[in-house]
Each structure stands twice: as C-alpha cells, then as structure tokens.
Design a protein around this ligand. Structure first.
Ligand SMILES: NC(=O)c1ccc[n+]([C@@H]2O[C@H](COP(=O)([O-])OP(=O)(O)OC[C@H]3O[C@@H](n4cnc5c(N)ncnc54)[C@H](O)[C@@H]3O)[C@@H](O)[C@H]2O)c1
Length: 350
C-alpha cells in the first residue's frame, strides 16, 4: 500500500513515517508538512510537499494525517475526494460537527477511516479485551477506567491544551484514549452523565478533571475519570469486573492483573504480569518504543482494514466520532445536570 503522511515532521508524524518505512506491506509515497525542511530530513527520498493538492497528485492509496485536530477536516475531505483511505490521529476533529462531516465524507467516498487509538495495541489493554472476550471472569458487571497526568507542564506546545485547537482538556487528551477504550470494551456507549471542572489550570473550555458514567446498550456501565491534576504523573488504567473475577491493565509501567474464581466470592487465583521485557526496553531506550510498537501494529491493521478484514482491534470512523461526541457530552452533561443520549453507531460499514 502506498501511503502519504500529512504532518510528517511532527512528534507523532515522525513515528508514523518510521512505521510506514519499516512495514514490508507499505511504502512511503510522499510527505507533507508546513515545514518542508524538517519533513525532507525524514522522508529518505520520498517527495516532500507543503501544498495539499500537489501532494495528493502523487499516486497513493491512503494518507495518515498527523496534524493538530483543528486543520484536519479539509485534509480528510480532500483525501476522500481523491478516493484515498485515511488514518487520522485522535481526536478526529476538535468539534463534533467536523468529526461528523469527516465520517460522512468517508461514507460518501466509500473509503475506510481509521482512528489513531493506538493504546488499543498496548499489551496490557489488549490483554484486558481478550480476557473479557474469553469468558474467564464470568458475566461482565462493570468497567472502571482512568487516564491522567499532571496537566499543562506535560505539553510541548500550548495548542495541545487550548480548546479552540485541541477540542478541550483532559477529555480530549489521554482521556480520549480511555473513552475510546471504554467503548471498545462495552461495545457501544449510548448515554453519558458526568461532571467537568476547570478549577486548577483555568484554561477556558479545557477541563482539567472529568468524571463520568457511560452506559451501553448491553447494560454494562463504565465509571470514568480523565484528569490533568494527577500529581503522581502519567497513568492510564482499565479494570473490568465480572461475576467470576476481574482483570486490570495499566500503563505506565505496563502491567496486568487477572483474578479468577470458580464462583462469586470463591477461592481466588491471581496472576500478575509486569512485562519485564517492555520495562527493560523502555529503560534502555525510551517509552517511545512502546508507542512506536503500537503505531506499527495499528498500521498493519489499517492495511488489513482496507483489505476488508474484520475482527480487528483498530478503531474505525465511528469509534473516532463517538470518542469526540463523548468528550463533548461530559461537559454538556455537567452544564445541564442531565445525561446526554447518543445514537447507537455500531461498527462503520458502507
Ligand atoms: N496517539 C497518540 O498517542 C498521540 C500522542 C500525541 C499526539 N497525538 C495527536 O497527534 C496529532 C499531532 O500531534 P503532535 O504532537 O505530533 O503535534 P506536532 O505539533 O509535533 O506536529 C504536527 C505537525 O503537523 C504539521 N502541520 C500543521 N498543520 C498542517 C497542515 N495544515 N498541513 C500539513 N502539516 C501541518 C506541523 O508543521 C507539525 O509538523 C494531534 O492530533 C495529537 O492530538 C496522538
């Protein structure tokens, strides 16, 4: 598959370039960035553009869009208009309406839209999903899910926390990975009730804390928190409780815990995994190696998605849209004091 990358010179774009260059099924057709110089240094001979239509004139099958969210809509729409598949970073767009227009454009073009929820591929979270599906913890009762870090000092650029560019605060940052994870585990989220606050960092429109309950059509609910005031540092965690046990996945560090029982309240068997190989690799190299591995796995599945394969981990366009709708729904519920109901989108098909 011939892939073009927009925003190739950015922090994430650079990693996307590397994964496309390393995957035997993909070739880097062209790159585009506002900074041609930086992009050229990475492109290893692939043509470099600063102008969208000239970039899209290069023969290719798909684009990865690694720009900030607020410029994504015209890029996605132009790519679909050229008949290309799109893999977009999260959030799909900084607005719900823009995200809906992008999904609609994919549907009209009959092209695949992948959402960049690479944490689905983190071994601890993939383990949680697989255990849930295996039936080992019995009938699923509820999910607890959390994503947070210490907020503004964590960001390299101010656009990353300004709502008019990023969409909002903790809900749109690590929190959006975890709301996607909640939907991934629950199957769908059709009701959101929550509270969002801006007491600490006081960035208008960018909540530093969000607490919510997500309801799914299956009757299983999730309790969720996204925060920019976790002074302990970066952490994301998922716990799924069933009638016959529970499973936990967390990062960083990567770790899992599985508790199983023959009957509710019975003798507990507990298995933990602290992924020593990953911890050593991160210590010797960087945490970025974990992100890079997840981007590589996501790329392989994006290719498989365009080949029509099903049963993949990759987030589709509906997952990307629902994650944005949830990020907007929590503050709305906080303002009105009412739950926000969302339609059942299901998987994206055309
Ligand atoms: N999945 C993850 O783990 C993860 C982590 C961090 C960021 N992200 C997301 O990835 C995206 C990029 O984040 P980043 O940290 O790499 O940002 P960045 O600022 O480092 O890179 C963005 C790049 O896009 C380029 N760009 C901006 N507007 C453009 C346009 N109109 N056309 C072409 N290029 C343009 C910039 O020149 C820059 O090189 C954001 O949506 C962010 O939320 C995802």
């Amino acid at each position: 598959m011939r892939i073009g990358i927009i925003g190739a010179a950015g922090k994430i774009g650079q990693m996307r370039v590397q994964t496309v260059q390393e995957n035997p099924k993909t070739t880097l057709a062209a790159v585009m960035d506002l900074s041609a110089e930086k992009a050229a240094a990475l492109a290893k001979g692939a043509p470099v553009f600063t102008e969208l239509e000239r970039f899209l004139d290069v023969p290719m099958d798909a684009v990865i869009i690694s720009t900030p969210a607020h410029v994504r809509e015209p890029l996605c729409l132009a790519a679909f208009a050229r008949g290309l598949h799109v893999l977009s970073e999260k959030p799909l767009h900084h607005t719900v309406d823009g995200s809906r227009r992008i999904v609609e454009a994919a549907r009209t073009a009959r092209r695949h839209l992948g959402g960049g929820f690479n944490m689905r591929y983190y071994p601890a979270f993939a383990f949680v999903k697989d255990i849930m599906a295996s039936g080992q913890i019995g009938e699923i009762d509820h999910v607890r899910i959390y994503g947070g870090h210490e907020g503004l000092p964590k960001f390299a650029y101010d656009w990353e926390y300004k709502a008019e560019i990023s969409g909002g605060g903790a809900l749109w940052d690590v929190g959006i990975h975890m709301s996607d994870m909640a939907r991934y585990l629950l199957g769908e989220i059709t009701e959101v009730y929550g509270v969002a606050t801006e007491k600490v960092w006081k960035v208008p429109g960018s909540e530093d804390n969000a607490m919510a309950i997500f309801k799914s059509p299956s009757g299983v609910s999730a309790i969720y928190q996204a925060t920019w005031t976790d002074w302990k540092g970066y952490q994301s965690a998922v716990e799924v409780y069933g009638s016959h046990g529970m499973v936990r996945g967390a990062y960083a560090p990567m770790q899992t815990m599985l508790i199983t029982m023959e009957k509710p309240g019975g003798k507990v068997t507990k298995v933990t995994n602290r992924f020593p190989g990953i911890q050593i690799r991160e210590k010797l190299k960087s945490w970025k190696t974990t992100a890079l591995n997840s981007f590589a796995a996501e790329l392989a599945e994006f290719v498989a998605l365009t080949e029509g394969r099903e049963g993949l981990r990759i987030a589709d366009g509906h997952a990307a849209l629902r994650a944005v709708e949830i990020a907007a729904a929590v503050p709305e519920s906080s303002r009105t004091g009412q739950p926000v109901k969302l339609a059942n989108l299901g998987p994206m098909r055309f």
